[in-house]
Design a protein. Structure first.
Length: 168
């Protein structure tokens, strides 16, 4: 059985959140939806449980973070193209979300994002596989991977996102 992930996020107004994410193209599993929660489908194995703050409080003894003031989590989705990244950001803003950062173009990876109605940050990225593979190949050939944020990202890409078989 494949491992599934359920990200649980508190929301102030469940109906508004459902409307917001529906405008972004997400669908919901009605089996796990009631007046206190809904199950947003991201992929076959990734789901986001949007829970009213009251319902969320039943799962933790800690205070709920005000995501408009503090960062509690960064949710990052990899999409199929730069255009899809920009399209989802446009849809999010049109549906009432906000932009928290300018788009970032790293050559091999493009990213942008938005904050939803409750302030949760959603990062969206597109990675060009061929450019990533060439960069990884060059770094391995030089036997050097610099110690910086880009290199950390490349280490992640080589081990988790794009494990290269056979090794380069």
């Amino acid at each position: 059985m494949a491992t599934k992930i359920f990200v649980n996020l508190p929301v102030k107004n469940l109906n508004r959140s459902i409307e917001f994410f529906t405008k972004l193209g997400f669908s919901f599993n009605q089996q796990f939806t009631d007046e206190t929660a809904t199950c947003m489908i991201v992929t076959d194995d990734i789901f986001v449980m949007l829970l009213t703050e009251e319902k969320f409080k039943t799962f933790t003894p800690r205070e709920i973070c005000d995501a408009k003031k503090y960062t509690e989590v960064l949710v990052c989705l990899a999409l199929e193209s730069r255009a899809r990244v920009d399209e989802m950001v446009r849809k999010a803003v049109a549906a009432g979300g906000t932009i928290y950062n300018e788009p970032q173009d790293h050559g091999f990876m493009y990213g942008h994002g938005f904050q939803d109605l409750d302030g949760h940050i959603w990062e969206l990225i597109y990675m060009e596989r061929d450019k990533v593979r060439l960069l990884i190949r060059a770094m391995r050939k030089a036997s050097t991977i610099p110690n910086n944020r880009t290199a950390d990202g490349l280490r992640f890409l080589t081990t988790i996102v794009f494990p290269i078989s056979p090794p380069l």
